[in-house]
Design a binder for this molecule. Sequence first.
Ligand SMILES: [Zn+2]
Ligand SMILES: [Zn+2]
Length: 477
Amino acid sequence: MSPNELCRRCKTAEATVVSRKEFFCTACFRKFISLKQRKQMMSDQYFQDIFKVMYPDKKKTPEEAEKLNEKSRILVPLSFGSSSIVMLDVLNDTLTEQREIHRGRMGFRIDLLICYFKEDLEELKGRVEALMTAKLRDNKKSVKVHLVDIESFMESPDFVRVHLQDSTYTVRSASIPADEARSVKDLLSSCSNRSAREDLLNIIRTSIIKRFGVQGGYKAILWGHSMTRLADEIMSLVVKGRAPQIANTLNDSDPDIEFGAPLRNLHPMRDILLSEIDAYCFVSDLTRYLHNYIPQDTLLVNKTPDSLNAQPLRAKLTKNMTINELARQYFDGIEANYSNVISTVVRTGSKLDDPEDNLKAKERCGICNNRVFSDGAQWLRNITVTGSHPIENDEEDALYKMWDASEQGQVRGEYLKLTSDMQSAGRELSVCYGCILTLGEVKHKNLIWPSNQPNSVESIIKDFVMTDDSDSEHEGN
Ligand SMILES: [Zn+2]
Ligand SMILES: [Zn+2]
């Protein structure tokens, strides 16, 4: 392609991005992406009421109108990947535009939520400060920042031990003293593979974000998932035995009551490919705000000079990849030539409804808090043989004794001891099929989990540090 190719939209500026077989200049490409996001933000009355600038009319006094604008608070979880940064950039432009057109009035307020592990805190603070002082400078008064330690998930007054009995697949839980509780880090390191770790971390993060959203009384949570990311989420949910959650995960049109009070989820970037978001990052000079993420320059007319060096960083051994990473790699690979596959997966996923409820009562999973629709343990019992063949001769007996004395045998012994303890102390806990599978990949097939999750939000709200002003910081309480 010639470097002097002109933008097909304005026909004047030089093209910088090629997407969906069309040449765009930077300004037209930014407009193209921005409009796709804004269309979702105006997709129904509920969201229009949030994002539109309210004016006094027959029903509203000027004060009431301004109050409505003030109260339209949205929660934006920021992972510092390209998608959440681009989503924030479009939101910021929307605020600026409203301020200019409506003479100082703005329709909504943004609260950023950053979940962090201690070792990343300084770096993330640096990134968000850079955002507030540069990118978001003019709208600083309408943006608040909250930093929440992921470890705060374990700040609960009550804990339970959740245990999987692998001969029957039943899960039991028993209260334990709070001092036996461990950190999120310990919990994650007790997973035997990266998929289980990622699955649990995802449950923990989602729970923190949604509880924060409920506790803070936000109207909506804006998730920065691109179309590509949603497609890999859908496929990964299927593979992880979490298909019944797909409908709920993609539902932007009904209130989410998972954590007590209703709020709405919105995925405003569901029509935008990840490669387009990455390209937007490059042409809008947003790459310096990214953390732990390497954007791809596949759609840029002029590739970035260091893109070749970045490639090996992304290449991982397939056997070490998590289910989500495998799905992501697959969709990354087909984005260029088969992007219609991605939109088909997302469109099909969005059409799914909750599965038929086969249980007597409405139940939620004791681990991930999603609705449980069928008895996963029963299903597993029906399709597996878990009993072992009895020992029949001396040779087998000797081999068994050898195994019993080995490290593997001892771990098994500890597990059986724990199982019999749980049999007498615990009671059965409703757990979804996906969590039963994950529990099987954790050491001793048991984990320590905060109980009464929906009520333990208060401990989280105490934990955030607010940065109202980029140069003054204080602990909120
Ligand atoms: Zn143009
Ligand atoms: Zn679950």
